[in-house]
Ligand binder design. Structure first.
Ligand code: AMP
Ligand code: FES
Ligand code: ZN
Ligand code: ZN
Length: 302
């Protein structure tokens, strides 16, 4: 196999692009895909300060690396979920990365905001761990960005993540989730910051290869509350399709974004209010996060 760009020995084959690259040209390809995502969806400009939400995993650290190298103004945000050694180790990876690049890392403790670490929250809610965790992450990312004055939060969601989420929403016809599935969500309220996913054009395998080639030290272990069985099953189904027909995930996600999403976008009309308890944006009187914090308080003290 030869590199598509220079004809030298290829280090990596990308079947869905029907191409192979040597290491330097793969890094170039990867950075170009990020630049294309940023440009196409007007994610941010060079004048803006970008808050990069980093979990300590390969995707978000690879994203931070690309943005720093490209000269963007960035800072990291790590949300300490309080999940035993997993959180301690992932926080250490983020801190080491930030220090090695001379970047600021903001740290928010979920236990401080919700009243208990995620494992205790999970017991209090008696719902799948990831639902309370996901809610807390989205809320705290927005709150931290507002507090520190960042107009945009970037996450490390990749093509595999996005295709699997879309597949799950379509399987259950969660039509209210479809307009919100986008590489870039605009700010629709002064208290909502923009949310962007600059890695949506890159697969999980590609971000792993990038992180490896760049020598990024990331946490390999998954969260011990492994994602729900259905979301893993969805990823496996898509992996099988991809294996049989390279490009399936790409076509599924990109076809949705180009052809189907606009139809769902038109029918979404929600009025945004400010939570009477915390002041953050909500569709009801009290936001879901404050309800969660209240439930945790009652169940852990009662
Ligand atoms: P996940 O939902 O775990 O697949 O993570 C998706 C993205 O959310 C990651 O790429 C990060 O950008 C962000 N993220 C996940 N966990 C954290 C965390 N503990 N702190 C900050 N950002 C996170
Ligand atoms: Fe939220 Fe695992 S990262 S439950
Ligand atoms: Zn090459
Ligand atoms: Zn609230």
């Amino acid at each position: 196999m030869k590199c598509r760009k220079c004809g030298g020995a290829a280090a990596l084959e990308l079947r869905r692009h029907n191409a192979a690259f040597c290491s330097p040209h793969f890094l170039e390809f990867f950075r170009k895909q990020v630049a294309e995502a940023v440009h196409r969806h007007h994610m941010f400009t060079r004048d803006e300060q970008i808050m990069v939400a980093v979990s300590g995993g390969k995707d978000s650290l690879a994203l931070w690396d690309v943005l720093i190298e490209d000269g963007y103004q960035t800072a990291g945000l790590y949300l300490d979920l309080g999940i035993f050694d997993y959180s301690k180790e992932s926080k250490a990876k983020c801190q080491a990365f930030a220090a090695s690049r001379g970047q600021t890392l903001h740290i928010e403790r979920v236990a401080e905001a919700v009243g208990a670490p995620i494992p205790v929250v999970q017991q209090a809610t008696r719902r799948p761990t990831c639902s309370a965790c996901g809610l807390s992450k989205r809320y705290l990312m927005n709150r931290a960005a507002l507090q520190h004055g960042y107009p945009v939060v970037a996450t490390g969601h990749n093509l595999d993540d996005e295709a699997a989420t879309l597949f799950g929403s379509v399987m259950h016809w969660q039509t209210d989730a479809l307009p919100r599935q986008s590489p870039a969500l605009a700010s629709t309220h002064p208290k909502l910051v923009r949310r962007v996913k600059p890695l949506y054009r890159l697969s999980e395998l590609e971000t792993a290869a990038f992180a490896f080639l760049r020598g990024i030290d990331y946490i390999v272990e998954e969260c011990p509350f492994a994602k729900g069985a259905t979301s893993i099953a969805h990823k496996q189904v898509l992996d099988r399709l991809e294996e049989a027909s390279p490009g399936s995930k790409h076509n599924f996600l990109f076809g949705f974004l180009e052809k189907a999403r606009p139809a769902f976008e038109k029918i979404e009309h929600v009025e945004l209010l400010e939570c009477t308890s915390c002041g953050q944006v909500t569709t009801g009187a009290i936001c879901a996060f404050c309800k969660l914090a209240d439930l945790v308080k009652r169940r852990t003290t009662g």
